[in-house]
Write a protein that binds this ligand. Structure first.
Ligand SMILES: NC(=O)c1ccc[n+]([C@@H]2O[C@H](COP(=O)([O-])OP(=O)(O)OC[C@H]3O[C@@H](n4cnc5c(N)ncnc54)[C@H](O)[C@@H]3O)[C@@H](O)[C@H]2O)c1
Length: 250
């Protein structure tokens, strides 16, 4: 129970990596806000977390809207009494060639995947400083923040920015006792993958050492660890949870 008395917001908590992160953090004793666009899904996940013995509240948010993220942070403090952590995880992808990618389509992914992380860090850290608490931010990047993938021009840009914001956020916030780290998942077996045809899923899985998609619980356990003091030496870095993808060719 090394996260007892911690109050953590998880965005994108209704599904996939966020859902499993809520459960992993609850098992370590953290109280939680399950924040998502999908409020029914967030409610269901909050009930699962409560069943593990912690406080958990669902909150409907569009993380691409600054004022909604600011209100989310206020809601967390109102319900949990403090804010000591935030998992900036909600994200989308939209595979499209650069030639077909119009400005609206480009900006949508940038707003949801990139601007949301700035809003989380900005409003979340301001609140922690105001409350005088130390805290930890974990941001979900991707292997596609480090290498390009065809059809992912906007996603590549957004996730590279998340890795950069993790570094500069850590530098800016260290003097306040706030740590900022990232996680870069490989190909994860979540609803985000459900639209990918079987053949393409197999070729993605083949880029992992185990030749399998990674289960979201495995990313969640890395995330939960990053929130703990046992990970206090990790700051400004983005940790790959990618079954070897970035380290070598299989
Ligand atoms: N699945 C993968 O292979 C993979 C790989 C690398 C990185 N990621 C990243 O992991 C994160 C989680 O993805 P996942 O695979 O669990 O996907 P998912 O689709 O299962 O979950 C994403 C959640 O985010 C929510 N969401 C989307 N847009 C939102 C918005 N504007 N405001 C609030 N909530 C919103 C969705 O409702 C959903 O519950 C994303 O940032 C994604 O880019 C996923």
């Amino acid at each position: 129970m090394d996260l007892k008395d911690q109050a953590i917001i998880v965005t994108g908590g209704a599904s996939g990596i966020g859902h499993e992160a809520v459960l992993a953090l609850a098992k370590k004793g953290a109280d939680l806000i399950v924040a998502d666009f999908n409020i029914e899904g967030a409610e269901a996940v909050a009930r699962e977390a409560e069943a593990l013995g912690v406080k958990a509240f669902a909150y409907k948010v569009d993380v691409s809207k600054a004022e909604e993220v600011e209100a989310l942070v206020d809601f967390a403090v109102e319900k949990l009494g403090t804010l000591t952590g935030m998992f900036n995880n909600a994200g989308i992808s939209k595979v499209q060639s650069l030639l077909e990618m119009d400005p609206a389509s480009y900006l949508k992914v940038i707003e949801v995947d990139q601007h949301s992380v700035y809003y989380g860090l900005h409003y979340g850290a301001k609140k922690m400083v105001e409350l005088g608490v130390k805290g930890v931010f974990v941001n979900t990047a991707s292997i596609y923040g480090s290498v390009a993938a065809k059809g992912s021009f906007n996603y590549n840009a957004a996730k590279a920015a998340v890795i950069a914001m993790t570094r500069s956020g850590a530098l800016e916030l260290a003097e306040h006792g706030i740590r900022v780290v990232g996680v870069a998942p490989g190909f994860i077996d979540t609803p985000m993958m459900k639209n990918v045809p079987d053949e393409a899923r197999a070729s993605l899985a083949a880029q992992h050492v185990t030749n399998q998609l990674i289960q979201p619980e495995k990313v969640a356990s890395v995330v939960a660890f990053l929130f703990t003091d046992a990970a206090s030496a990790v700051n400004g870095s983005t940790v790959a949870a990618d079954d070897g993808f970035l380290a070598f060719k299989v």
